[in-house]
Unconditional design. Structure first.
Length: 329
């Protein structure tokens, strides 16, 4: 019988791993999560004070974000030598508790497991135009193998779907043009003065750069640069993650699969940009449903491509201090 873990050693590993896991992407970099450690367990909660109802009135984006941070923690703890046993939506009287994790020591950590944790630090959301990924046909098979399809399925859309996606993006922007709450949220989460949350100006696209990314979300223009002017249009591949149903459990699991996809791409040297705005309104979501032949419920899209040399990479977005997201009871 395996001895119980040393709680003090576990808590030390958890502090480091939570800080790393919170590099996960989230809607508007709102970081809508909080972690609570109790004895040998750590619990993941959705933080209701950090959801964005004008953008995401169902909390779908927020729970997908929490799924991504959940898988990031699993990856970070495994690299530190701890295997996670995850119980999603454990029974109890708190509907905001999304998962509980218990850890046990593992005998060996592989170089690939360590590289995957390192990819958490290397990954960032790249909203600028991207080049077509090289050797895509080889990597696409690797990506499909990484997603087993049990909880969320992956589909790489053909390049001929780009026009429909661009039309859907324009339609959603038009519908939301007079939505004051949505616009206020975009302004709030892109303020230049935020230091630990939101999207800084350097991580946003300028007006000319936005025009070259035909399916991106239109954020407020905060800078007037023309980076990657050699790329006249975005040539990224577009992936869709979709589920059989459309429940909170599906959203959480989809976020975990999103984490897998983003880290696999990062390890392969590819840039990524998750897209949720095409799913947030039924009008845009219906377009994506048609593109996957009504095989399920689309939850999120991801642009994947090649970024130019490191000097053109967006700066990493800020993260909240550890005491704000991690509590030990």
């Amino acid at each position: 019988m395996q001895a119980p873990p040393d709680i003090r050693v576990l808590k030390t590993a958890l502090r480091t791993a939570v800080q790393l896991a919170c590099r996960a992407p989230s809607v508007h970099n709102s970081q809508p999560w909080r972690w609570v450690a109790e004895g040998p367990l750590v619990h993941l909660f959705i933080d209701r004070h950090r959801t964005v109802p004008g953008t995401d009135w169902l909390d779908r984006d927020a729970i997908i974000s929490c799924g991504a941070v959940l898988d990031h923690l699993r990856v970070a703890m495994l690299a530190a030598g701890w295997q996670a046993d995850i119980k999603r939506f454990p029974r109890g009287d708190d509907p905001d508790k999304l998962a509980s994790l218990e850890f046990s020591l593992v005998a060996n950590v592989t170089p690939t497991q360590r590289a995957r944790a390192l990819a958490i630090l290397q990954r960032r959301t790249d909203r600028l135009p991207l080049q077509r990924p090289t050797y895509w046909d080889l990597f696409e098979r690797t990506l499909y193998d990484a997603v087993d399809g049990k909880w969320a399925k992956l589909l790489v859309l053909g390049d001929d779907s780009r026009r429909q996606l661009a039309q859907a993006a324009a339609l959603t922007e038009d519908i939301r043009s007079d939505d004051w709450l949505y616009r206020a949220e975009l302004d709030w989460w892109t303020t230049p003065y935020a230091v630990s949350e939101g999207i800084p100006p350097t991580a946003l696209a300028s007006e000319s750069e936005q025009r070259r990314v035909d399916i991106g979300r239109e954020f407020p223009v905060r800078i007037h640069t023309d980076r990657r002017h050699g790329l006249e249009a975005d040539r990224s591949k577009v992936l869709v993650l979709y589920t059989d149903e459309d429940t909170r459990a599906d959203w959480l699991r989809c976020g975990e699969v999103l984490s897998t996809v983003l880290l696999e791409c990062t390890m392969a040297g590819l840039a990524t940009c998750p897209l949720t705005h095409l799913i947030e309104l039924d009008e845009g979501r219906d377009v994506v449903r048609d593109l996957i032949d009504r095989a399920g419920e689309p939850q999120i899209l991801v642009r994947v491509g090649m970024a130019p040399p490191i000097g053109d990479l967006p700066a990493p977005t800020p993260r909240r201090p550890l005491p704000e997201v991690f509590t030990v009871r």
